[in-house]
Write a protein that binds this ligand. Structure first.
Ligand SMILES: *Cc1c(COP(=O)(O)O)cnc(C)c1O
Length: 222
């Protein structure tokens, strides 16, 4: 039961940690089951699917976008997303900032750190994130219409808990380094790590957001 799964996870979360119910590939009735269990934060990773589901669900939902976002799809996502967790290129960040400017909005985002061993996984290197934040904290920063709220990362896809632990340690330490390097960085508080199989481990590494799909909704029918 979706409701029991939600209650079970939420009951184990320390206060201040947010559960994103990752509802990609699942139907609106399934999402509504989670909603009736009290879940108000949902995550989707495909712009078209995201834009279709938002108007079909109640309006008090906080939507997170967690997938690869192409710059020509911004208008499907940015009007509705409370947080874009998956900023993975400077080009995308610049486009989101430009969209915000044109639409009179400041868009909250996370920067995705390339964390897992897979080359195919997206995300920035440490140095790229440092360069972006240097620009962002500058008094004359062009980034007036994005608000960088923290980091997101996906651990290596493996059953080896030691590997996942080391991935989470790395992003946790990097986040702390950034806090030290950029003392004027305001509101850079979020660390989005942890999925169905590793969210409890993520909590031990300072996760403030966990993104859980399969453990709530069951396997995705792809
Ligand atoms: C699908 C997805 C999740 C959830 O994965 P599960 O293993 O089903 O919990 C989390 N984060 C991102 C970025 C995803 O694309």
């Amino acid at each position: 039961m979706i409701q029991d799964k939600i209650h079970d996870i939420v009951g184990k979360l320390p206060s201040g940690v947010k559960l994103v119910a990752v509802s990609k590939f699942h139907s609106v009735p399934e999402l509504m089951e989670a909603y009736r269990a009290g879940q108000r934060c949902f995550g989707e990773n495909r712009p078209q699917e995201f834009a279709m589901k938002v108007p079909e669900m109640p309006s008090d939902i906080e939507w997170h976008f967690i997938g690869h976002l192409q710059t020509n799809k911004l208008k499907l996502v940015l009007p509705y997303a409370s947080l874009v967790e998956s900023i993975d290129s400077k080009r995308l960040l610049d486009s989101v900032n430009a969209w915000g400017k044109a639409n009179g909005k400041v868009v909250p985002v996370l920067l995705e750190l390339h964390l897992g061993a897979e080359e195919t996984k997206g995300g920035f290197t440490d140095q790229e994130i440092i360069d972006i934040l240097s620009e962002y904290v500058d008094a004359d920063s062009a980034y007036s219409h994005v608000r960088i709220r923290g980091l997101m990362g996906m651990a290596t896809n493996t059953d080896d808990e030691a590997v996942i632990d080391s991935d989470f340690s790395r992003i946790e330490a990097f986040k702390k380094n950034l806090d030290r390097m950029f003392p004027s960085l305001d509101g850079f508080t979020e660390l989005s790590i942890g999925m169905s199989d590793d969210w409890q481990l993520a909590l031990r590494h300072g996760a403030t957001i966990i993104r859980v799909g399969t453990a709530i909704f069951g396997p995705r029918k792809v």
